[in-house]
Design a protein around this ligand. Structure first.
Ligand SMILES: NC(=O)c1ccc[n+]([C@@H]2O[C@H](COP(=O)([O-])OP(=O)(O)OC[C@H]3O[C@@H](n4cnc5c(N)ncnc54)[C@H](OP(=O)(O)O)[C@@H]3O)[C@@H](O)[C@H]2O)c1
Length: 279
C-alpha cells in the first residue's frame, strides 16, 4: 500500500512504548488512527498528543484477550471511519522464568495476548478488508520467535507462531488485495519490555546482538506496509545470515547463539531477578 495518506490504521498496544511510537509514525504518514489497549488514561494521552498534532484519532479501551472487547473495537472503528486499511497487532506480553515451574494459567495468558489475539483480531478485520479489496495486517513478532531462548519459552513459541501466521495470511489473501507482514525486532532499547528488564538488572546487552530504538521498529512497520514485505528484521547486526544459517545448520547456529551471549543474557537476568537458580 504505497500511499498511506487518508487511510485508517488500527494499532493494538498503542498506550505506551513501541505501540505508541508506531501510532505516532503512522499518524505522521497522514493515516487516521484507532488506538487500542487496556489503560484508558494512557491511550487518551497518546490520542490527545496525536490529535494536537493535527491527526485524526479514536481511542478504544480494549482487552485483546476478550473476544467481545475485540468485536466492540472493530465496530467502533467501522462506525467512526469509512475504511479500515491497516491492522498492527502490536500488543504483547512476556512471561519470564523457568518453564518447568510455570503454571498453566501463565502460559495460556501469554499465548492469548501474543498469538491468539492477533489471530482473532485479524479474523474480525479480514471481511472488512476483503470487501474493500485492500488491507494490510502487520504482526509484531520477534527474533525470539526465530532463535529459541531459555526462560522465555512461551514467548518464543507465540512469536514463532505469529510470524508463520503472517506468512499463511499472505499466501491466502494477497491475490485478493489483503496482505500481511511480520516484524522481527531483536532487543529494543529506550522504551518497552526489554528496557524494563535493563532498568532492573543493568546487564549489558549481548554485543553480538545489539539493540534498536522503538523508532527503528516503527520505520520497519511503515516500510513493510508500503513495500508489502513478508517480514522485516529490526536489528543493528546482520541477523538475516544467522536466520539463513539456522535453516541450513540448526545445530551449529544453536551453538553460535549461545556463544554470542543470547542464552547467557536470559539466564543471568533470571538469576539476578531471583526467578531461577540456574547459572
Ligand atoms: N521491547 C522489546 O525489546 C521487543 C522486542 C521484540 C518484540 N517486541 C514486541 O513489540 C511489541 C510491543 O512491545 P513493548 O516493549 O512496547 O511492550 P510493553 O511496553 O510491555 O507494552 C505492551 C503494550 O501491549 C498492551 N497490552 C498488553 N496486554 C494487553 C491486553 N490484554 N489487551 C490490550 N492491550 C494489551 C499494553 O497496554 P495496556 O497495558 O494498557 O493494555 C501496552 O500498550 C510486543 O508485541 C513485543 O512482544 C518487543
Amino acid at each position: 500500500m504505497r500511499d498511506l495518506r487518508g487511510r485508517t490504521a488500527l494499532v493494538t498496544g498503542a498506550s505506551r512504548n513501541i505501540g505508541a511510537v508506531i501510532a505516532r509514525s503512522l499518524a505522521a504518514e497522514g493515516m487516521s488512527l484507532v488506538l487500542a489497549a487496556r489503560s484508558r488514561p494512557d491511550l487518551d494521552a497518546i490520542a490527545a498528543e496525536i490529535a494536537g498534532g493535527g491527526g485524526t484519532v479514536l481511542a478504544v479501551p480494549t482487552d485483546v484477550t476478550d473476544a467481545g472487547s475485540l468485536k466492540a473495537l472493530v465496530q467502533a472503528a467501522r462506525d467512526r471511519f469509512p475504511t479500515l486499511d491497516v491492522l498492527v497487532n502490536n500488543a504483547g506480553t512476556i512471561e519470564v522464568g523457568d518453564f518447568a515451574e510455570l503454571d498453566l494459567a501463565a502460559i495460556e495468558a501469554t499465548m492469548r495476548v501474543d498469538l491468539v489475539a492477533p489471530m482473532l483480531l485479524s479474523r474480525l478485520v479480514l471481511p472488512v478488508m476483503l470487501a474493500q479489496g485492500r488491507g494490510h495486517i502487520v504482526n509484531m513478532s520477534s527474533l525470539a520467535g526465530r532463535f529459541g531462548l531459555p526462560g522465555i519459552e512461551t514467548y518464543c513459541a507465540a512469536k514463532a507462531g505469529v510470524a508463520n501466521f503472517s506468512a499463511a495470511l499472505r499466501a491466502a489473501y494477497r491475490l485478493r488485495g489483503v496482505s500481511a507482514s511480520a516484524i522481527l525486532p531483536g532487543y529494543v532499547h529506550g522504551a518497552g519490555m526489554y528496557q524494563q528488564v535493563q532498568d532492573r538488572t543493568h546487564l549489558p546487552t549481548p554485543r553480538a546482538q545489539g539493540s534498536s530504538s522503538p523508532g527503528a521498529v516503527a520505520r520497519a512497520v511503515v516500510r513493510a506496509i508500503r513495500l508489502d514485505l513478508p517480514e522485516v528484521v529490526v536489528s543493528p547486526r546482520p541477523m538475516r545470515p544467522m536466520i539463513a544459517l539456522q535453516g541450513l545448520f540448526p545445530a551449529m547456529t544453536e551453538r553460535l547463539v549461545s556463544t554470542l551471549g543470547g542464552n547467557w543474557y536470559q539466564r543471568a537476568g533470571d538469576a539476578l531477578e531471583g526467578r531461577t537458580s540456574r547459572p
